[in-house]
Every structure is written in structure tokens, then in C-alpha cells.
Design a binder for this molecule. Structure first.
Ligand code: Z5A
Length: 213
């Protein structure tokens, strides 16, 4: 089977960490053990510096929506060209904790960034590069925030209002509906049920990939 890029997406507290573990387990069951992990923003030395700036800002300077978007795409350009594409080229599978769909949802939906700017940037930075599969963990923002905020201090984006996260979720759902490479899972269920649903969907997808290889 050719190597693939699988991405986990969802609002904060959706359970991405646990989902990544299930993906690793299922890949292992299908004999795939050469796996590279990425997170966005981040994943290269330069992209990790940008991650800090995106999440915390600097010296209380206001971060404009455009600057935030450009930093996200600068980090993504570094990660895709220096890590993801080389890994796929040598036959490794790549599991991404977030990718471009996050920008479409958070910046496009949450921040309300101009759709033309978003699509122009995406085309410029990524061309036609897309994940083979995206697992989108869907849940009401209030529930995700309740889970995640139990963990402590909030960064710049985590401090956004509930309506911001509602808009982000709406954009996620709308994009997932129109894209057959995005699988939506109900992440509001108890963890064991989410993990079972993930196993089932992934197993079916991996079997299809094996058939076509
Ligand atoms: N961002 C953006 O705006 N635009 C972009 O293009 C990109 C990102 C790429 C990255 O922050 C921030 O950048 C993020 C989006 C924005 N900001 N927000 N908000 P990050 O990487 O530091 O954080 P994150 O990805 O949002 O959050 P996370 O903490 O990594 O979320 P998670 O992985 O989904 O959460 P978790 O650790 O797996 O689960 C949280 C807790 O809930 C944990 O204690 C679990 O045990 C519990 N949990 C999970 N699932 C369940 C279920 N089903 N039942 C009960 N409890 C559960």
C-alpha cells in the first residue's frame, strides 16, 4: 500500500490525542509501522517558533487576523516541504494533529477571514497537496472547552468566546459535508465509543486502500 497522510481535526478537547493512538493501533494491525507524527502549527524548528508566536503573541502586541493567517501558512509551508512530503516520498505514513482544514475552520469560520484570501493562500502554499484522509472529531464547543480547560492556562486562541468556536464548528461541519475524504465522528460520546467508531471507520478505509493498491 502506498504511504498516506492522515489528519486528525476538531475543536479543542475533541480527543485528538486519543484518536492518534487509535490510528497508530489500526495502522499496526494492517502491518504499517513506519509512521511520522506532525502537529500544526509546528513540527519543524522554524514552525515551532511560529507556533509560540501564534499561540502567545509577543509583548502584548495585537496579532492581526492576517498576520495570524500568514504565520500559520508559513509554518505549514515549512512542515509540508521539509517533513511531510519527504516522509511520504520515502514510504512512511504521516499522521497529522491538525492541517489545512483548521485554517479553513478557525480563520475562515471563527475569524471570518475573507474566503478569497484563504483560498489564494492555500493554492499558493499547498498547490494540490491534500491529506488522503481526515478524521474530524465533532462536538459542541462548550463540551470541548469544559474538557480542555480543566487542564489549566489558556493561550491566545483558547481565550476566544464561545460564538467564535461555534462559528469554527459550523465551518468544519460544512466543509466535512462536501468532502468525501473527511470522515466525521461524534466526539461527544464517551471515549470508549469514540475509539470504537474510529477503529471501525479506519479499518474500512484501510481495507479499501489495500484493495486499490
Ligand atoms: N489553529 C488555528 O487557529 N488554525 C490553524 O490552521 C491551526 C491551528 C493548525 C493549536 O493548539 C491551536 O491553534 C488551536 C487551533 C489553532 N487552538 N484552539 N483552541 P494546540 O495544538 O495546543 O491545541 P488543540 O489542538 O486545540 O488542543 P488539544 O488540547 O491538543 O486538543 P485535543 O487533543 O483534542 O484534546 P485531548 O488532549 O485529546 O483531550 C482533552 C481532554 O479531554 C483530555 O483530558 C481527554 O482525556 C478528555 N477527553 C477526550 N475525549 C473525551 C471523551 N470522548 N470523553 C471524555 N473525555 C474526553
Amino acid at each position: 500500500m502506498d504511504s498516506k497522510f492522515i489528519v486528525i481535526e476538531g475543536l479543542e478537547g475533541a480527543g485528538k490525542t486519543s484518536a492518534i493512538n487509535v490510528v497508530v493501533e489500526m495502522l499496526g494491525r494492517h502491518g504499517i509501522h513506519d509512521v511520522v507524527f506532525t502537529r500544526e502549527p509546528g513540527g519543524t524548528p522554524l514552525a515551532e517558533v511560529l507556533r509560540r508566536l501564534i499561540k502567545d503573541g509577543i509583548d502584548n502586541e495585537k496579532v492581526t487576523d492576517k498576520a495570524e493567517l500568514l504565520m500559520l501558512y508559513a509554518a505549514r509551508a515549512q512542515l509540508v516541504e521539509n517533513v511531510i512530503k519527504p516522509a511520504l516520498a520515502r514510504g512512511a505514513w504521516v499522521i497529522g494533529d491538525r492541517h489545512d482544514l483548521s485554517s479553513q475552520a478557525y480563520q475562515g469560520g471563527g475569524r471570518g477571514v475573507d474566503p478569497t484570501l484563504l483560498s489564494t493562500l492555500r493554492d499558493l502554499v499547498l498547490g494540490d497537496f491534500r491529506p488522503h484522509l481526515t478524521l474530524y472529531l465533532d462536538l459542541p464547543p462548550a463540551l470541548g472547552l469544559q474538557r480542555a480547560r480543566a487542564r489549566g492556562e489558556l493561550d491566545r486562541i483558547e481565550q476566544e468566546s464561545l460564538p467564535f468556536f461555534e462559528r469554527t464548528r459550523m465551518r468544519y461541519r460544512a466543509l466535512a459535508m462536501g468532502d468525501p475524504t473527511i470522515v466525521t465522528l461524534d466526539a461527544s460520546l464517551p471515549l470508549a465509543q469514540v475509539r470504537d467508531a474510529l477503529r471501525e471507520r479506519l479499518d474500512a478505509w484501510l481495507n479499501t486502500q489495500e484493495l486499490h493498491s
